[in-house]
Design a binder for this molecule. Structure first.
Ligand code: DHK
Length: 146
């Protein structure tokens, strides 16, 4: 059976492609979803992709992943730097978690250098643009198929 991977995206990522393209690039979240979907079949995975601008909704999605998710890829966006609640939710999930940041948060403002989610993440990808999502998917599939 295919491994179900939740790909969760935080605030303002609905504007990906339009928002500060010099930082986040021109690809949209729909492009990311299409890339991940195209790859998932080859990796014995299926993806369930979501975006929310609301912290509680992201937590609810993590709780859904507890039910039938094999792994989580999460770009918590600005909540990376503020949300103990998202960290706590991820700590209730048993499978592997990969944290993705499109930009290299370590090259940016100091307040972006710390991520609460990194305390739970099994891997962190930052600064690879939207390729970070497919890189994360490949790595999760390797972990889950071994
Ligand atoms: C996206 C955001 O919206 C920012 O708040 C983070 C992250 C970085 C990203 O690079 O994907 O600081």
């Amino acid at each position: 059976m295919a491994h179900k991977i939740y790909i969760l995206n935080g605030p303002n990522l609905n504007l990906l492609g339009k928002r500060q393209p010099e930082i986040y690039g021109h690809a949209t979240l729909a492009d990311v979803q299409a890339d991940c979907k195209a790859l998932a079949g080859d990796l014995n995975c299926e993806i369930s992709m979501h975006q929310s601008n609301h912290e509680g909704e992201i937590i609810d999605m993590i709780h859904h992943a507890r039910v039938d998710g094999a792994g989580i890829i999460i770009n918590p966006a600005a909540y990376s730097h503020t949300s103990v609640a998202i960290l706590d939710a991820l700590n209730t999930f048993d499978g592997p978690v990969i944290e993705v940041h499109i930009s290299n948060i370590h090259k940016r403002e100091a307040f972006r250098h710390h991520s609460y989610v990194s305390a739970r993440a099994d891997g962190v990808i930052a600064g690879c643009g939207v390729d970070g999502y497919t890189l994360a998917l490949r790595h999760l599939a390797r972990l889950l198929n071994q």
